[in-house]
Design a protein around this ligand. Sequence first.
Ligand SMILES: *Cc1c(COP(=O)(O)O)cnc(C)c1O
Length: 251
Amino acid sequence: MRVVTEYPAASTVDDFHANLAVIRARIDDAARAAGRDPAEVRLLPVSKTVESDRLRNAVAAGCDWFGENKVQEVKRKHGELADTGVKWSVIGHLQTNKAKDVAALADEFQALDSLRVAAALDRRLQTLGRGIDVLVQVNTSSEESKFGLHPDDLAGFLTELAPFSSLRVRGLMTLAALSADAERVRGCFALLRDLRDRARDTDPDLIGPGELSMGMSGDFETAIEQGSTCVRVGQAIFGARATPDSHYWPN
Ligand SMILES: *Cc1c(COP(=O)(O)O)cnc(C)c1O
């Protein structure tokens, strides 16, 4: 269920230590409750809207990856935090004309949902002589405001991705419905797991390890119950965001 909580702001290294420990413990508990190994679930801290001076403290508290939704923002922070060696996961919708920035600075791209973007990314990556991990984003909520492939288009898309050798497909990503209805949220996560299982049955080579990136501050425990291997958590680590979600998922 989406727990409605106050997300207290965190800025010092101690704040981040404390918040990370709480979230990690909740992840571990959720995994054990589902009969899973907690080590299977990665915590990706989502740092959008958080300025680099605070992110430095989060790095000092142990963060070695940040997830960012917008290319302009990750570009700036990548420069500001270059000395820390922190890695960047781009988790937001990408326009073809920004593919070169993602190819240059991201270690992972979690929102792949078009062949045009795949082709543009692959071309840039081939030029740079590097590859990145990618997750295919699926729209499991049927909400028009969400990006991602229609579930019916996934199998064909995975087949068409195979020739892009710089894109290492690791699995799938989704955002659940923004709903207080726990069953509806659970259904979105269950659908992604189902799609992953079916893709594996069809051709395991096309989906790599079959990771499932699902779950955010308000719903990560449900996502772990449904098989998540990567939770993307922003506000519960960094504090409440002033920017409304509609900025990231336009209606
Ligand atoms: C912002 C964002 C998150 C994290 O949301 P929180 O509510 O801050 O935990 C997860 N995934 C994506 C794609 C995001 O843009």
